[in-house]
Design a protein around this ligand. Structure first.
Ligand SMILES: C[S@@+](CC[C@H](N)C(=O)[O-])C[C@H]1O[C@@H](n2cnc3c(N)ncnc32)[C@H](O)[C@@H]1O
Length: 344
C-alpha cells in the first residue's frame, strides 16, 4: 500500500471530499465516484470496482490506471486524464499561424502545456511547429506521475482503447526530445508578480507522508509500467522532473493537505521566464469559480508579452469573470476563440 493511500473506506470517502472541495459541486464525475464508493463493502472492494470499470480507467487506459495508487485512481475519476490528438478545434492553430508564428521566426519558441495528461496536446503542438519549421521547446506537466511516465515514452493510443491495439503508436525521437514532461501541480504556480517585480516564490507544500508503521504489505501494489528508453531532450538538462521511480505524488489540488511534496519544477515556480504559448484546455472548467480564476491568472502570468494563452470555450462560457480578468491583465480575446493575446 502506498503511504499516501487511504487505509479504510472512511478515509477514501474523506479523500474524495477533500479532492472534490475545489471542484464544481454539480460535477457528475463527483456524483459517479460517490456512488461507487457508497456501493463498496470495504477498501479492497472499492479498488476492485474501480478496476472493473470507471471513468478514470477508460481515459487513462487499463495499464496506466492499474499502476496508479488508490489516491491517484480517485483523482483520475474526478479530474480525468481525457485527452486526444489534434483537439484544437476552436481556431487555436489558425491564431498561432496568424498572430504568433510571425513573431517567433529566428528564435526558439517556448510552449507550456498545463496539464498534459498522457501528452497528446504536447505531441500535437510539436507536430504542428515541426511542420512550420520553427525552433521550439515544450514544457508540459501534470499532477499524475503515471500519466507523465507514459507521456515521456511518446506512446500514442489515438484515443482507441490500448488493449485493442496490436501495437501502440509512438511519436518520433524528433518530437520527444523537444518536450520535457514533468510532474507538477497547476495550483503551485506562483502568484503573479506586481509590475516590475520578480515572481513571488511558491510556498513549499507541507509534507504529510510519514510511512505508516501499521500499514500491511499490499499484494495489489501498483504494477510498474515498462517504459521504453527515450532520447535525450533538447530542453533542460535532464529528462525532467526526476525519474518516475522518484516521481512525487499528487497534492490535493482542491486545497487539502498535500500527500507528498510535488516537484516544484523551475518553470512552475516562474524561474524559467515566460512562454510564447501557454495551453490550458479542459481543466479550468472542472473547478469552482474562484479556483478557476486562480489557476487562469497564474497561467496568464507565465505568458510573455506578445504571447498567447489558449483556454477552451467551455470554461469561458461557464466562468464569465475570466475574460474581463484577462483583459485587465493586458490580454485581448481573439474574436470568439478561446485565444487571448498578451500585449507586446
Ligand atoms: C481532462 S485532462 C486535460 C488534458 C489536456 N489539457 C487535454 O485537454 O488534452 C485533465 C488533467 O488534469 C490533471 N490534473 C488534475 N489536477 C491537477 C493539478 N492540480 N495540476 C496539474 N494537473 C492536474 C489530471 O491528472 C488530468 O490529466
Amino acid at each position: 500500500m502506498n503511504p499516501a493511500d487511504p487505509r479504510t473506506l472512511g478515509e477514501a470517502r474523506a479523500l474524495v471530499r477533500a479532492f472534490a472541495a475545489g471542484l464544481d459541486p454539480r460535477s457528475r464525475y463527483v456524483a459517479e465516484l460517490d456512488e461507487l464508493v457508497a456501493a463498496a463493502a470495504d477498501l479492497a472492494d472499492l479498488e476492485r470496482r474501480l478496476l472493473a470499470g470507471c471513468r478514470g480507467l477508460r481515459h487513462a487506459g487499463p495499464d496506466v490506471f492499474a499502476a496508479m495508487t488508490l489516491r491517484e485512481k480517485i483523482l483520475a475519476n474526478l479530474v480525468t486524464p481525457e485527452t486526444t490528438l489534434f483537439r484544437f478545434t476552436e481556431g487555436e492553430l489558425e491564431a498561432l499561424d496568424r498572430e504568433i508564428l510571425p513573431r517567433l521566426h529566428g528564435r526558439t519558441a517556448r510552449v507550456l502545456v498545463v496539464p498534459c495528461s498522457l501528452g497528446d496536446e504536447a505531441f500535437t503542438m510539436a507536430a504542428f511547429l515541426l511542420k512550420r519549421g520553427l525552433a521550439f521547446e515544450i514544457r508540459a506537466f501534470d499532477l499524475q506521475p503515471q500519466l507523465v511516465e507514459i507521456a515521456r515514452t511518446g506512446r500514442l493510443t489515438f484515443g482507441y482503447p490500448p488493449e485493442y491495439l496490436a501495437a501502440a503508436g509512438r511519436v518520433s525521437a524528433d518530437v520527444l526530445r523537444r518536450i520535457r514532461f514533468e510532474v507538477g501541480d497547476a495550483f503551485n504556480l506562483p502568484l503573479p508578480a506586481p509590475p516590475g517585480m520578480p515572481p513571488l516564490p511558491t510556498a513549499p507544500p507541507k509534507l504529510d507522508a510519514s510511512p505508516r508503521p501499521d500499514a500491511a504489505p499490499d499484494a495489489s501494489a501498483p504494477r510498474k509500467i515498462p517504459v521504453a528508453p527515450v532520447p535525450a531532450p533538447l530542453v533542460g538538462e535532464g529528462k525532467g522532473g526526476g525519474s518516475p521511480a522518484h516521481a512525487p505524488h499528487a497534492s490535493d489540488h482542491a486545497g487539502a493537505q498535500p500527500a507528498e511534496e510535488v516537484s516544484a519544477s523551475p518553470c512552475l515556480r516562474g524561474e524559467e521566464g515566460s512562454f510564447d504559448v501557454v495551453l490550458c484546455r479542459n481543466f479550468v472548467g472542472y473547478f469552482v469559480p474562484e479556483k478557476a480564476l486562480e489557476v487562469t491568472m497564474k497561467l496568464a502570468a507565465r505568458v510573455a508579452p506578445g504571447g498567447v494563452l489558449f483556454l477552451d470555450g467551455f470554461c469561458l462560457l461557464k466562468f464569465p469573470a475570466l475574460q474581463p480578468a484577462l483583459e485587465k491583465d493586458a490580454f485581448t480575446r481573439q474574436g470568439d476563440r478561446p485565444v487571448f493575446l498578451r500585449k507586446a
